[in-house]
Design a protein around this ligand. Structure first.
Ligand code: PRP
Length: 545
């Protein structure tokens, strides 16, 4: 039997020499900021009961946590987040302590990451919890500690602030079912503007739905407040907006506003948040390097209702940025052209046609030979085009080496979404369908059916939604072959014109979902290069409309 005693498991790694030094230095600098602000250190156990992380509102699913069984048969879980363990600790060891309680932690969290994604399942974090304090002063304390913490280690970064109640207020007033409201919340959270438009189009027209289309895109400097005010009607969103404006005004007086942008469309994944929320981005890392906000409802779950706010810095990410020397100011970063990952083949042709319609010079790409990185330009505006296979487009965008991507919805549904889906480009239209041999009754009988597909995730979700057990076999191409040679009863595949099915004696049993090309954006790029990306999207919208 093979012994795995000389390699680290996937997602884990050793840190050597300069990496250790950089990690310690980053930690020390942030610790200094927090200690000066009277935050006290705590360390929570490496393992907790899984029940702690299963509390309602926690964004982490139990399948993403490392679990083990204790000597009494109870399920334990490697620390997947530090806020819940600290809330548990405060509700027991620190019950009765004088409020507010100021704590900080510096410890790794462990989360199962998708295989071969290059992501790490061990992330060092430093964070704070301010418990038993509410109101503007408490929010300012947390926010300024967050800004100072990041400032102590990086120069080029942006922190965006929002309010969890702002978008919620508009959504609450919509004449929609709870399921539709949840889908709208999800679309706002992932900045999936095409999904949002689609759902809102299906609802009766109202001032709220009209306003929602606009407020979800409101982010930038303080001019955002003025634009938002015109769209507010209800008390809740007016309150959230005024609160945020007041907070921003105070940050400005303290000269802490230079790296702040306002994102009124900000909707965070967890339900805890009950007031101001923020996340921070830096060039060289595709995801947030800091997240935080107010979560007053959290301590209710521990029978100790009280105000709570805090943040967590991803020290592993910050250390990598520091080591990579990517602490350039935003101005320097903006000098490089926006890089777009483009799916080779059909979508490449359609995108080149779109660039032509927008009057870009596409000579390089039309005469590319075997070159994979090419330029398209119009006057001063230059884009660097990276030609890649569809799933790789997502990999390049997620990892932040490409700012934008053009990829089919089929690939997005199969590969997940740690990016923003900005626009439905309308071309590359086709659909996912379940198909089998003409005249066969797929649903007849009780035997488990075998499904061949290039899209196992899509197929699994489709049959799960039907509560149907099936055997799925992954096929790399020409999936239509599988039922013909007797490998499968049916296929889940893309159907465009329908001729491949027809010519092979197959037919659609059921349509699953429509597909078209989407413009996607890396999360950090959309924050750091907002104006350029928005200008490009506006150009596209102008011509495609
Ligand atoms: C896709 C899809 C179908 C075919 C459908 O295959 O997987 O096989 O196109 O198109 P139609 O409805 O217009 O006939 P693709 O050509 O991308 O190659 P593949 O079969 O190797 O995946």
């Amino acid at each position: 039997m093979k012994k795995y005693n000389k390699t680290a498991p996937e997602g884990s790694r050793d840190l050597l020499f300069e990496e250790c030094i950089a990690l310690s230095k980053t930690t020390e600098k942030i610790q200094k900021v927090l200690q000066k602000r009277n935050y006290n250190p705590v360390i929570t156990p490496g393992f907790e009961f899984l029940d702690l992380f299963s509390l309602q509102g926690n964004m982490l699913h139990s399948e993403d946590m490392f679990k083990t069984i204790d000597n009494k048969g109870r399920i334990l879980c490697a620390r997947s987040d530090s806020t819940l363990p600290i809330a548990r600790m405060v509700s027991s060891r620190l019950r009765g302590e004088q409020l507010p309680i100021r704590l900080y932690y510096s410890q790794p969290v462990y989360r199962i990451v998708p295989a071969l994604s290059g992501r790490s399942n061990e992330v060092y974090q430093i964070g704070t919890e301010l418990l038993g304090a509410e109101g503007k002063d408490a929010d300012l304390e947390v926010l300024s500690a967050a800004i100072e913490s990041v400032q102590s280690v990086l120069s080029g970064f942006r922190i965006e602030i929002g309010h969890s109640g702002f978008i919620k207020a508009f959504i609450n007033r919509l004449n929609a079912t709870p399921e539709q409201k949840q889908s709208i919340t999800d679309a706002c959270q992932s900045k999936n503007y095409s999904a949002l438009t689609e759902i809102l189009d299906g609802l009766e027209a109202s001032e709220e739905s009209l306003a929602l289309r606009k407020v979800t895109r409101l982010f930038g400097g303080e001019e955002v407040f003025e634009k938002a005010r015109k769209l507010c009607r209800g008390y809740d969103e007016k309150y959230a907006l005024e609160y945020l404006e007041d907070l921003y005004g105070t940050l400005k007086k303290q000269n802490l506003h230079t790296n702040i942008i306002i994102d009124l469309g900000q909707v965070l994944k967890t339900d805890y948040y009950s007031g101001m929320v923020f996340s921070g981005y830096a060039d060289g890392h595709g995801d947030a390097i800091i997240t935080g906000g107010r979560y007053d409802r959290l301590m209710e779950a521990f029978d100790m209702p009280m105000g709570a706010a805090g943040f967590a810095v991803d020290v592993s990410a910050v250390t990598q940025i520091v080591l990579g020397g990517k602490t350039k100011s935003s101005k320097d970063n903006n000098a490089a052209p926006i890089r777009i990952a483009l799916t080779k083949g059909r979508l490449e042709k359609d995108t080149v046609a779109l660039f032509k319609q927008l009057d870009y010079n596409v000579d390089e790409i039309e005469n590319k030979g075997r070159k994979l990185i090419l330029k398209v330009s119009k006057g001063d505006r230059v884009f660097e085009i990276v030609l890649a296979k569809a799933p790789d487009v997502i990999t390049y965008v997620e990892n932040g080496v490409c700012d934008l991507g053009v990829v089919g919805k089929d690939t997005i549904l199969e590969n997940g979404t740690i990016f923003y889906e900005l626009y439905d480009l309308g071309f590359g239209r086709c659909r996912f369908a379940l198909a089998s041999k003409v005249g066969e009754d797929f649903y007849a009988g009780y035997n488990i059916k075998t499904i061949a597909t290039k899209y196992p995730v899509v197929a699994r979700k489709f049959f799960e939604s039907k509560n149907m057990d099936v055997k799925i076999i992954k096929i790399e191409g020409s999936v239509e072959l599988a039922p013909l040679v007797g490998l499968a009863d049916a296929i889940v595949d893309i159907v465009e014109t329908g001729s491949t099915l027809k010519e092979n004696g197959l037919e659609v049993i059921e349509e699953i979902t429509p597909i078209s090309a989407r413009l996607i954006s890396n999360i950090a790029s959309l924050k750091l290069r907002k104006n350029e990306i928005e200008a490009f999207v506006d150009e596209i919208v102008g011509v495609l409309k």
